[in-house]
Design a protein around this ligand. Structure first.
Ligand code: AMP
Ligand code: MG
Length: 538
């Protein structure tokens, strides 16, 4: 195990001096802070957090703290101070709480102004490596964008976001991060099943951290309102701050930037497919302009391999199902392109960006999918068909996606048993004794073709395994594991949360001490709320 040394420059959060680059450089407004309304001509609104009754620190990410140069809070008074800060109960010098104004297309329809209805950016800090990070509290109370909701978040959704943000980072998937999870000591009313029987649940706040939380929707709102001045200001700011590689001037500058956004979005989609992540609500207000995974809500992980899987109970049509995600990202990029049209003047330069999306996704998904079976994208030697055949086969029976690919790395495909499947593989099937003989034969044929392909490519077994184990996680924060951590935390037991958080720091490494996390979904979780189906009500 690596020993994690504390950065020499680590200092307490409570002693940090904040800045607010976004608010200093872009127009905002300071109307009544908790009054829901349409906010015109502003990128942000003043939004002081609403203090909570009894903040307690439930979770802390040492990894992110280290990146930020923050010392872990000591037990006692320091932890209480940190909890108060990250609940929004007190502000530090330089902090300037704001909520961002944005709009969005939700489930294919323009939804008008949305905005940060419960997320408040306190400010930013500069990490020891010079990186600037915005610190945002999700669930910190009403803002001008809360509409008819309460500005709060429940423990279950906050814990899920906290753990999964950090897990995604360690999985190598671009994401917003999470520094802390704070219980508010206040109940929150939620109708989790939309059955008219709302219940009180414990409230919590996640401290989200990212270079920027700007979404596609931040641009769409100004375009929809014909406010080309703010549209340009925001685009110039985002390009200048976050896309230093863009050096063109004039309209081409915006087109080049759009292509860069498209490229990042394509990379993100390939990563999601690789690790089996389903976002659940890919509305344009939930797509990051930096190509990060953002707004963890009713997301989920593939247990069995099912391209049509969506964990979101409010997405009956499966618009945001696992395999739809790359096409939806492209649809969302089209909406962004429309919003940027006034800056570019004509659609052709933006079309190049859309083409860049398609090409990057094809290339990147091909590369990652081949790596999942240990092959390189060497050319047209049948490797694409090989992967497509395997994925097609996996849909025919209940097989755990994550376990299967790790097990496949352990199989010697050149040395099949005389009958049946290699024993390494069987544990990933939900009903290994009931596999149809035709399926077994198909998989055996596939393994033989796979062995031949490996021989042709000259891939040794050690190299193959190394490639595969770098693309196929040993552990993902499965929906039911999160639910177990939530249930325990609600009863005051934080140890499952802490164990999960520790385990996901090395998701590609087989960690025997966490073997219980790398198993099939248990039968009780098949239909349990929070495990296979999640609501947006969080
Ligand atoms: P989502 O799809 O969860 O990212 O949220 C869509 C919109 O609803 C965003 O503008 C959120 O800020 C807002 N929203 C969601 N939940 C709440 C809440 N409890 N209070 C205020 N606004 C909310
Ligand atoms: Mg959102």
């Amino acid at each position: 195990m690596l020993t994690r040394t504390r950065a020499a420059t680590a200092s307490p959060l409570t002693a940090t001096v904040f800045d607010h680059h976004f608010a200093r450089h872009l127009p905002g407004e300071a109307g009544p802070p908790r009054e829901s309304r349409q906010v015109l001509a502003a990128c942000w609104s003043s939004a002081p957090p609403t203090p909570v009754a009894a903040p307690t620190l439930l979770g802390w990410s040492d990894d992110l703290a280290q990146t930020l140069g923050l010392a872990p809070p000591d037990a006692g008074a320091d932890a209480r101070e940190v909890a108060a800060l990250l609940a929004g109960n007190r502000l530090l010098p330089g902090m300037k709480p704001i909520a961002a104004c944005y709009g969005g297309h939700q489930f294919g329809q323009w939804a008008g102004q949305l905005g940060d209805g419960r997320a408040i950016v306190l400010g930013d800090l500069v990490a020891p490596d010079g990186g600037r990070w915005e610190i945002q509290l999700k669930g910190a109370g009403l803002t001008p964008y809360s509409r008819r909701a309460d500005g709060r978040a429940v423990l279950r959704s906050s814990l899920r976001e906290f753990v999964c943000s950090e897990a995604m980072h360690h999985l190598g998937v671009p994401t917003t991060r999470a520094l802390a999870l704070v219980g508010t000591g206040e109940p929150v009313l939620r109708d989790m099943f939309y059955d008219g029987r709302p219940q009180l649940e414990p409230g919590a706040i996640v401290t989200r951290v990212a270079p920027s939380f700007v979404r596609f929707g931040n641009f769409e709102i100004f375009a929809a309102r014909g406010d080309h001045e703010r549209l340009r200001l925001l685009a110039d700011y985002v390009i200048g701050q976050h896309f230093p590689e863009i050096d063109a001037a004039g309209p081409q500058r915006y087109a080049d930037w759009f292509a860069a956004v498209a490229r990042r979005t394509a990379l993100l989609m390939a990563h999601w497919l690789r690790v089996g992540f389903v976002h659940g609500v890919m509305n344009t207000d939930n797509l990051s302009i930096l190509g990060l995974t953002i707004d963890y809500g009713p997301f989920g992980w593939l247990d069995v391999f099912d391209p049509d899987f969506t964990p979101n109970t409010t997405d009956g049509g499966g618009r945001y199902a696992y395999a739809q995600q790359p096409a939806i990202a492209q649809w969302n990029l089209l909406r962004l392109a429309e919003a940027l049209l006034p800056l570019v003047g004509s659609p052709e330069p933006l079309e190049a960006g859309l083409q860049c999306y398609g090409e990057t996704f094809e290339h990147e998904w091909r590369r990652q999918a081949l790596q999942k079976v240990g092959l390189l994208p060497a050319g047209q030697h049948g490797e694409d068909e090989l992967v497509a055949r395997l994925l097609g086969m996996l849909t025919l029976t209940e097989v755990d996606t994550t376990l299967f690919f790790r097990a496949l790395a352990e199989v010697d495909p050149g040395c099949l048993p005389d009958a049946g499947l290699p024993p390494e593989l069987t544990a990933s099937f939900y009903a290994p004794d009931a596999l149809p003989p035709a399926f077994v034969e198909h998989l055996r044929d596939w393994l033989a073709a796979y062995a031949a392909r490996l021989r042709d490519e000259g891939v040794g077994d050690a190299l193959r395994r190394e490639r595969m184990n770098a693309a196929n996680p040993w552990l993902i924060p499965r929906n039911y594991l999160l639910q177990e951590a939530i249930n325990a935390a609600a009863d005051g037991d934080l140890s499952p949360l802490r164990r999960l958080l520790a385990a996901i720091r090395d998701p590609y490494l087989a960690q025997p001490e966490y073997a219980a996390f790398a198993r099939q979904r248990p039968e009780w979780a098949r239909q349990a709320p929070g495990c296979s189906a999640l609501s947006c009500s969080s």
